[in-house]
Write a protein that binds this ligand. Sequence first.
Ligand code: COA
Length: 262
Amino acid sequence: MGSHQTLDVVRDGPILHVRLDRSEVRNAFNGKLVDELQLVFREADQDEHARVVVLSGNGKSFSAGADLQWMQEQALLEPEANERSAERLARMFLGIARCRKPVIGRVHGHALGGGTGLCAAVDIALCTADCQFGLTEVKLGIVPAVISPFVMQKIGVGRARTLFLTGERFDGNEAQRIGLVHRALPDEQALDAELKRMIGELLSAGPLAVASAKELIRAVGALSLEEAIPMTSKWIATLRATPEAREGMGAFLGKRKPGWTV
Ligand code: COA
């Protein structure tokens, strides 16, 4: 998957492991990491062998969010360049959220600021119970702007009002309670066992169906119940006529495993 300065990227069969690799600054993201991460997720979209992406962090923590040294440098740029750099950061989160492959976040240690944002951008976040989260930006005199749409979609406006305004930290159990992560596990061993189980679930599902389900959630989220009917009817009518659906339903009825099983 090419060589990277700030990431450690390894494909293991159908699983693409993307590890943030700036452990000396707790995987805080600078411009290089933003660009590399965006490119890796674009490549994951195109990689027909990759069926699941796992995003994790090397070292003590998942991610300490934006690199504050880099944030200060961006603030000194001309206004247009400053804005362009912020937009690249926002598009990195969008690239993760829109990746056609399911993305699992493996979250340990700390996931602060943009680290919490990454948890919101992935499809399924799994964390350790003692992991520390927080939208800590206000403590630094800034705001969680580019991550706000992703975080608010996941936890809702009410919770965002408390967490964005106070910047308070909270643990993995609380992150699970508010829906920021799917599950908090007692320790890293249990986290990896759950990660393996989740990957197994995803790999036993039809690859095109998984991509379509992800797209369905995005499309339906913007519609009322009434508005959704023409779109969702067409959706299932199209999907159930695909070769993959024929294989999946045929396998069930024929009491055999579908061809995509690894
Ligand atoms: N940007 C730049 N550097 C960062 C950073 C960030 N977001 N987070 C950590 N670092 C650096 C530290 O300055 C330190 O550098 P040094 O070794 O040159 O002193 C190094 O990473 C290790 O951090 P340290 O605080 O010693 O590690 P820790 O394991 O005790 O604590 C954190 C880790 C993540 C809890 C702590 O570093 C922290 O609170 N970081 C800020 C997180 C934050 O609020 N992010 C929001 C950004 S918008």
